[in-house]
Design a protein around this ligand. Sequence first.
Ligand code: FAD
Ligand code: SF4
Ligand code: SF4
Length: 479
Amino acid sequence: MAERMLKFVTVPQQMPAKRAAAERRQDFDEIYREFADAEAARQASRCSQCGVPFCSVHCPLSNNIPDWLKLTAEGRLEEAYEVSSATNTFPEICGRICPQDRLCEGNCVIEKGFESVTIGAVEKYITDTAFERGWVKPGRPREERPESVGIVGAGPGGLAAAEWLRRRGYQVTVYDTYDRPGGLLIYGIPNFKLEKEVVLRRWKLLEEAGIRFELGCRVGETLSFADLRARHDAVLIATGVYKARDIGGPGSGLPGIVPALSYLIASNRHSLGDDVPDFASGALDARGKDVVVIGGGDTAMDCVRTAIRQGAKSVKCLYRRDQANMPGSMREVKNAQEEGVEFVWLSAPEAFLGDSAVTGVRAVRMHLGLPDASGRQSVDPMPGSHFTVPADLVVKALGFDPEDLPKLFDEPGLEVSRWGTVKVNHRTFMTELPGVFAAGDIVRGASLVVWAIRDGRDAAAQIDSYICSKAAPVAVAAE
Ligand code: FAD
Ligand code: SF4
Ligand code: SF4
């Protein structure tokens, strides 16, 4: 092992090549190129094969990272793929969009002094290679089971659960409001972070495994929740969080001020070739406009970088704290700055200017005060520090809350927290309603793809136990 591994002292960290910012601004393609085979093996060989791998400890899926790095360094890619896909249903997606700097790579022990192993890029490389070489097969079960599970929501949480349940032989139907599965993977996250083809090829595999999709079906409207429960032995709610947080103040209702998700959905649908009237009319297209995005999270970063690619005249991001205190990934901020986004730190909007449509944002400078009980510094406006930013498109990216599911589902017995997230038993993933489980953002609040995948995987195991525990006495009686 020692010959091939532990090379972090002699082999420097190397990410896959990043396309030049000037080129990136012109299209919606992913910004990183693929590793060449030899470079992937070299980078994997930097791993020191820790006895207690902190990378795995801090990966929400507890991926067996040292093993697949070693197999990659040895050129045993098919085995590396087997190991990486044993814990992760969508490794090519996590390799692309996990905030690795906060998870596996941020906790790699060689990070201190030598820069971490490029775990995410190797994970992506292994799975993309597996697809190219035909090693990725649909997860068909060895034996069919008669019981069925209905999954509400085809985001990463719902899809991960669907795949695990199908592998165990269940008859699985996934219901989604949208016309394509993927949830935020397909309509929220832009192509330059995750090419849509990557999500669509997973959809194909899931269908080939025998998972049924009822698309264009909004549970609670198209199909009642009671009817859904009657159709299935168990139900998983994985509906995500979609209610955009809003901003008030004078002029906040002016045309030209739009919610982030409407803006991103229009852009993603346009890239997928769909007919999008609000994009065609220019209402959700940044071309030629002065764009101001309000917010400092990953959604705001996706909006500013989308506006750049659409050919905006200028793109500014207004955030009320400073760079060190923003919630978005530093990697994404750096990418945005390279592409020409201007960050206006410590600034908050007070009013929106314009008569028939927005023409500017009046903002005020903020300063960071003393930390509160949670340790987070307060932010206060600085008197007399107003300034105006010209804008003919303002995108509000202030976060998301869950919608009122008990009301939508006409099911008051579905307990929710005071934030509206669905309450579950954290061991069994079951809600207060027998046979109804929940997973992903609708339980956690807005989170990450990798956590939704983990919840989907764990909820599937619990649904399996629940159905088996109910089925066992029936099987004995039938004999
Ligand atoms: P979702 O992906 O939201 O999927 C829920 C699905 O349920 C949707 O398809 C929806 O149509 C469907 N649905 C909802 N209600 C109903 C109903 N009543 N009937 C039928 N179907 C219904 N995370 C990362 O890890 N990395 C990133 O780079 C990243 N970027 C992001 C960028 C943006 C713009 C946003 C908004 C989020 C981003 N996230 C990112 C967060 C990540 O996308 C979510 O945490 C993750 O998608 C949650 O998965 P989920 O399965 O719980 O829900
Ligand atoms: Fe890292 Fe995410 Fe892959 Fe886990 S799933 S190893 S956190 S990139
Ligand atoms: Fe390898 Fe870093 Fe994980 Fe240690 S923490 S096993 S060096 S990737």
